[in-house]
Design a protein around this ligand. Sequence first.
Ligand code: HMN
Length: 294
Amino acid sequence: INKFRGIFVAMYSAYDEEGEVSISRVKELARSYVHTGVRGLYICGSSGEGILQTAEERKKVVEAVMDEVGKVLTVIVHIGANSTRESVELAIHAEKNGTDAVSAVPAIYYRLSEKAVETHWQKMINASSLPFIIYNIPQTTGFHLTQPLFMKIAKQDKVIGIKMSGESVFELQQFKANAGKEFIVYNGPDEQFLGGRMMGADGGIGGTYGVMPELFCKVDAFIMENKFKEAQELQFKINSIIKRLLDYPSLYGACKYILSLRGIDTGVPRLPLLPVSPTDYQSLTMLNEEILKV
Ligand code: HMN
């Protein structure tokens, strides 16, 4: 279970100029995180635009990442899809390709009962022998995971953790307390990483880590050394960066543009996620320099 602790980059999508998944760019992006101190990658999630891609495209991403960094980083694959059938297919594929764990949000669009979400997740859990990590993000899925349903799912051996992207650190702490076993809780909102860690999170999975992995590793290291003042100062610097990233037409577009400034081309996000516009290039160039100086 130790390979699941620490900092996980929620890796962005990587497309070519035509907007097709680019194997070479996926590999290049994945490789760029190897010497940053992060424990692993969370792929095909929100930041990875998994739900905007076909199952075939998602499989390509998994294969490329495993081929490139599968031996050196822990790889968690998000397999959440609208139909249970597709998620099951992705679970089987993830296991075949040697990934470390799978994870999923509840299905979106339909208003689902607790029983429906439980069944959805259970089919995925049963589909492979891989560890399963619940992904709770009520503000985008509209599904609020209750503690009783959480406990029911978490008590199974294969269920090893939860990615808590809801904003309540109280609920985060309750998940940790109610798991009733050694259990990994990931902080989801990057701007609250320190808060989540102080309330019991074992690590974090985040999109903005992708443009500043070392900074999050450093906050994490400060926490482990009980240097809370230093951790707070750095988190506040990070938050000033995140605040500005969030002001662009899309957060992912802004982060992907910053990566391109560092020579890592990943294309633009897939619509309906908007790319940044040329009028934003200059301010993003300045923001990139600021990040590199922290
Ligand atoms: C993923 O699934 O790809 C990410 O882990 C999601 C992650 O929690 C991000 N949330 C969303 O994108 C909705 C955060 O990193 C988020 O981007 C960040 O906290 C800025 O608000």
